[in-house]
Design a protein around this ligand. Structure first.
Ligand code: DC
Length: 207
């Protein structure tokens, strides 16, 4: 079974995807981390994330970069959003994601275009979303725990900008697949959101 979990930043899609993977005993890929690694590598190369050639050159990042805690920062998220708008970067990362999705036994992948581009044949497609307010509050708490010095207003502005960029880019924009099940986590706690997702998967897979 392939489970595609798409949605905007800080919607809770990563938490849900990890929980589903543990619940159903499936391997999980956080595809946002790949784009974050490309963004970080552009920076390490001294390049410009808006430049398609610089961004493409950074897709050959070393695997060890995926373990860099810096990838979780707001800055890395912003760079990821920029490099992910380049079609050549998306193509360069396609095969790796596709191979993961189609492995024997199934997989859970979370991102922006899993149900629309990477695995349109996925049995289960969830689109996890939440209001900008709810997502900003969550991201703010996360950043405080990380010791990052940012204000709630800056985070909300950044989320809006990133949503806009992810939704309006011509290459694989952030849109729910027509057959995706929408889960709005604005008013849900972590466990409630996970339970809602498991209920949907059980219903669709008939288990
Ligand atoms: O999910 P995230 O915040 O880690 O993603 C960071 C950026 O990467 C996001 O702004 C858009 C991009 N991304 C993408 O374009 N396609 C994906 N499948 C995953 C992430």
């Amino acid at each position: 079974m392939i489970i595609a979990v798409d949605g905007p930043t800080a919607s809770g899609k990563g938490t849900i995807a990890r929980a589903l993977a543990a619940h159903y005993g499936l391997p999980h890929l956080d595809t946002g981390l790949l784009y974050r690694a490309v963004g970080r590598q552009v920076q390490l190369n001294g390049g410009d994330a808006n430049n398609p050639d610089d961004a493409l050159a950074a897709t050959t990042f070393d695997e060890s970069l995926l373990g860099d805690p810096e990838l979780r920062s707001e800055a890395a998220g912003g760079l990821a959003s920029r490099v992910s708008a380049h079609p050549a970067v998306r193509s360069a990362l396609f095969e790796r994601q596709r191979t993961f999705a189609t492995q024997q036994g199934g997989a859970v992948l979370d991102g922006r275009d899993i149900g629309t581009v990477i695995a349109p044949e996925a049995e289960v497609k969830l689109f996890v979303t939440a209001s900008v307010d709810a997502r900003s509050q969550r991201r703010y708490r996360e950043m405080q725990e990380r010791g990052e010095d940012v204000t709630l207003e800056t985070i909300a502005e950044d989320l809006r900008r990133r949503d806009e960029r992810d939704r309006t880019r011509p290459a694989a924009p952030l849109v729910p697949a027509p057959d995706a099940c929408i889960i709005d986590t604005s008013a849900l706690g972590r466990d409630e959101a996970i339970a809602a997702a498991i209920e949907v998967v059980d219903q669709i897979s008939g288990s």
